[in-house]
Design a protein around this ligand. Sequence first.
Ligand code: HPA
Length: 279
Amino acid sequence: MTEQPNPDTLYERAEHAARTVRARAGADAHVALVLGSGLGAFADDLEDAVAIPFAEVPGFARSTVEGHAGRLVVGGVGGARVAVMQGRFHFYEGYTLEEVTFPVRVLSLLGVKSLILTNAAGGLNNSLRQGSLMLISDHLNLLGANPLRGANDPRFGVRFPDMSEVYDRGFQEIAIQEAHAAGTELRRGVYAALAGPSYETPAEIRMLRALGADAVGMSTVPEAIVARHAGVKVLGISCITNMAAGVLDKPIEHSEVIETGERVRATFTDLLRRIIPKL
Ligand code: HPA
């Protein structure tokens, strides 16, 4: 007798979700994109787009935060077919890191080889300004948890995956070149992920600076770790929506984060459109 796969394992649940997406959206995509707070508009301009609400993908949790529409949109960008997460799941919403990263598992099973992670972040480095774009060169996982904790399924990847080049150097070069061609400033920096949802204190920001962080946010790192586990290459870009706590003498407000995302939308969208066909 052949053994039936257990439908409850993470792999089987991710396969089930991938089958559902494939049945609704057709052909596989090679590039996927996760859009952060205030950056969701990119998904509205895809060619021949099929949009699937997160609630209709089996195994997906529901996004609760303002500024996240919560749809998986598959469509065309300059001849390339992309799967776009319009919104994401965050640790601070109360989801487990397995739930936060489940979409990346599904995307990897859909044949995605390149993943672009975008986010809204606070700027620590003095060369960053509100509205700057930062290319993520590396990260600090300060979530106090790792999405790969627990039993490892070798069908996804190895038990102890290498993290010495999470953000693909070749992709970084492409992003820098395309930013240059577009006349957009794009500096490399280290992204620190904290659990949130409270913003940092000025003392925490001083600590993060001492640790080598250039920007701080509440996402991206779990997805990047899971993508690398599955052998998916990663490009990360932060939109600096505000200067981090204590840098300027004013409080940080979520509305400011969303507004800045919307203000740089055209620049960000243009850069993504240039980069995607090159990956
Ligand atoms: N801190 C953490 N996360 C953020 C910030 C911030 O200043 N801005 C946008 N996301």
